[in-house]
Design a protein around this ligand. Structure first.
Ligand code: KG4
Ligand code: ZN
Length: 341
């Protein structure tokens, strides 16, 4: 089955064409960073309006690139939640309209399931069952994945997500939005152990996270150095990154041990972080745990991952009900295996 997929849950407009036999045929992402940067964060109304302008020409381009063999599109998938409701509705309305015009089925996809399935686009995909660490801008979760749509939440953050800890700390350090990648770059020149920030909840058993205290630690460090040099700021950035990474590594391996599994999948925007990848790889290797990541461009929001999730479900016969629906909130563990309605 060949499908078109559309992603518009936040500040990236994206489209992809995916084929059950040929794999990913074309995809494109447009980031609205320049649009939101002066506001220091995503402005929902501006995001929606920009999606409306970008998506259709982008869909035209990916369809043109994927149409070499003349095979038709047989379904349309789109992100139906969770995310910004107005932004979601732009993609949902476009996807539903195209599906209606082409007389093919459409299906709303869970954004986080998209992130979880992004590593399936790699030449060597992870096998099930496995534990997934999902670290995005809004979520930090450890999930036991028995198969597609068979998710058991093992633990999540009680307050800020790991991505938020990066983004809010970056703001305190005067870095532009979105802060995560900027902070990671600054941390490369940081000197180790100049500051040691808490590892929240690491000394307690369990698989829950709490990152909100870290921005307070960063705030105190910034205030203590009113004339901070670039080096001082890099030292703080490194300390923040170390605290987040240490916590994610320890809890992920704890989750793997807890489930008795030997495979860990890491996805979501923060999985692009190089320090997280290298520290996780070496800690996991010592425990005989295999770790899988999406390629860097599929860590952050994209439509290729929505296509993988949509294809699994559309090919199993799932279809949207009548009516355009998007959900700002949508619990991941309310999903079911493809086709099992
Ligand atoms: O998955 P994603 O693209 O969007 C959501 O669904 O939330 O994740 C975005 C998050 C942001 O918080 C961003 O700062 C963070 O991922 N991020 C990073 C890096 N690249 C993206 N955080 C740390 N290091 C990075 N290299
Ligand atoms: Zn995302």
């Amino acid at each position: 089955m060949r499908i078109l997929a559309i992603e518009s849950s936040c500040d990236e407009s994206a489209a992809a064409v995916f084929d059950g036999e040929g794999g990913l045929l074309a995809h494109e992402v447009f980031s609205q960073i320049d649009l939101h940067q002066i506001y220091g964060g995503v402005v929902p109304e501006l995001a929606s309006r920009d999606h409306v302008q970008r998506l259709l020409p982008m869909v035209d381009r990916v369809l043109a690139r994927a149409s070499g063999d003349g095979k038709p599109i047989e379904g349309v998938a789109y992100t139906a939640g969770p995310g910004l409701i107005g932004a979601l509705l732009t993609g949902a309305a476009l996807a539903r309209s195209l599906a209606h015009a082409w007389a093919v089925p459409s299906l709303g996809v869970h954004h986080l399931e998209g992130h979880l399935l992004a590593p399936l686009l790699e030449p060597v995909p992870p096998e099930y069952p496995h534990v997934a660490l999902l670290v995005s801008g809004g979520h930090t979760m450890l999930i036991e994945c028995a198969g597609i749509g068979r998710y058991t939440l093992l633990g999540e953050t009680r307050d800020d997500a790991a991505g938020e800890a990066f983004d809010k700390s970056a703001k305190l350090l005067g870095l532009p939005y979105p802060g995560g990648p900027h902070l990671a770059r600054l941390a490369e020149t940081g000197r180790p152990s100049r500051h040691v920030f808490p590892r929240p909840m690491l000394d307690r058993p369990g698989l829950e996270f709490s990152f909100s205290g870290l921005k307070t630690a960063v705030l105190h460090a910034v205030r203590a150095l009113p004339d901070a040099s670039d080096q001082d700021r890099a030292d703080i950035a490194l300390a923040l990154q170390d605290a987040v990474v240490d916590t994610l590594v320890a809890k992920s391996l704890r989750a793997v041990a807890h489930t008795g599994l030997d495979t860990l999948v890491v996805s979501g925007g923060v999985s692009a972080n190089r320090s997280l990848r290298s520290r996780l790889d070496s800690a996991a290797a010592k425990q005989g745990v295999r770790v899988y990541y999406p390629r860097l461009e599929f860590c952050t929001d994209n439509a290729a991952m929505i296509a993988v999730a949509g294809h699994a479900r559309l090919a199993a016969g799932e279809r949207d009900a009548i009516g355009i629906r998007a959900r700002a909130q949508w619990p991941l563990d309310s999903l079911h295996p493809p086709g099992n309605l």
